[in-house]
Design a binder for this molecule. Structure first.
Ligand SMILES: [Zn+2]
Length: 107
């Protein structure tokens, strides 16, 4: 009886571990989508050329609650990409395109 309980407990823990990183990845990708959109909007408004970097304080004004409100749930640090570039990157989840592909199950 004790043995069965232990097996069940470890199964529940395993299932919990499998879904949490995925939820974190999903939130992180959503954050990076918002960062990317903010960079592109900022570039249009301030006429920043493709390949150049938009100033963070200006990018922040295009995010509803400011850039500080977008936090990676896994504690990753975001790096903004250049205008019309590869997009933002998370220090835990990697570049936006790669993180998004992982979320969608594309390899
Ligand atoms: Zn992240």
């Amino acid at each position: 009886m004790i043995r069965i309980t232990l097996v069940l407990t470890s199964l529940v823990i395993a299932a919990g571990c499998a879904t949490l990183p995925r939820m974190e990845l999903r939130t992180c990708v959503q954050n990076m989508e918002m960062l990317d959109a903010a960079v592109e909007q900022c570039a249009v408004v301030y006429e920043i050329e493709n390949g150049k970097y938009a100033p963070i304080d200006k990018v922040s004004t295009f995010i509803k609650d400011g850039i500080e409100s977008l936090r990676c749930p896994a504690g990753g640090i975001y790096t903004l990409g250049p205008v019309m570039g590869h997009g933002p990157e998370c220090s835990v989840h990697g570049p936006k395109s790669e993180a998004k592909n992982r979320l969608l199950g594309v390899r």
